[in-house]
Design a protein around this ligand. Sequence first.
Ligand code: 5GP
Length: 194
Amino acid sequence: MNFLEERIVKDGIITEGNVLKVDSFLNHQMDIELFDQIGAEFKRRFEGKPINKILTIEASGIGIACVAAQHFKVPVVFAKKTQSINLEGEMYVAEVESFTHRCKNQVIVSQKFLSEEDHVLIIDDFLANGCALQGLIQIVQAAGATVEGIGIVIEKGFQAGGSIIRNLGYQLESLAIVDAMDEKTGTFVFREQK
Ligand code: 5GP
C-alpha cells in the first residue's frame, strides 16, 4: 500500500451510496504534510511535461492544487461553481453534474486566465463518474489550451469516470484507486499500480 492508501484505510469512512468520507484529512480538515506528499507524487508522475498552469474546481480541489503547485512552480486557476459579481468579462462555461450533491452546476473560468498558450495539469480530489473532469476538460478545450495530464487523489474504480477519461487518451494518474469498498466491514480493495 502507498502512503495514501494507508491513510484511507486508517481514516476513510465508507458511507451509504458508495460515498467515501475523507473529511478528517482531505475534504474538510486538511493534512498539509499529506498534501505535500501528494504534490510531490504528482510532480514525479508528470515529470517532463511542459506544465505551466494547474486547473482545479472549487472547493475541495483548491487546497490540493495549491500545495501541488509549489512542486510545479506554476499558478493555480480554479473553476468557480457560481456566477459572482467578481467575475467580469468573457468566461468559459461548462455544465457539470455533481455526484455528491446530485445537482447540476455550471463551472466557470474567466478567459483572462486560460489561453491557447497554456499547458494544463488538471487536479481534483475525487474521480467518480467523471462529470467534473469532463467539465474542466471542456473548459481547457474552449480556451484552445492543452491538457498535459490529469491528477486525481482518489479514484473510485468501480464507477465509470476512470475508463471514460483514459479512453479519451489522457494521462490520468490517480494516487489511489479504490476498486471496491464494503460499508459493513469498512474494508477497501485497491488497484495495483506501478
Ligand atoms: P464525478 O464528477 O467524477 O462523478 O465526481 C467528482 C466530484 O464528486 C469530486 O470532485 C468530489 O467532490 C465528489 N465525489 C464523488 N465521489 C465522492 C466520494 O465518494 N466522496 C467524496 N468525499 N466526494 C466525492
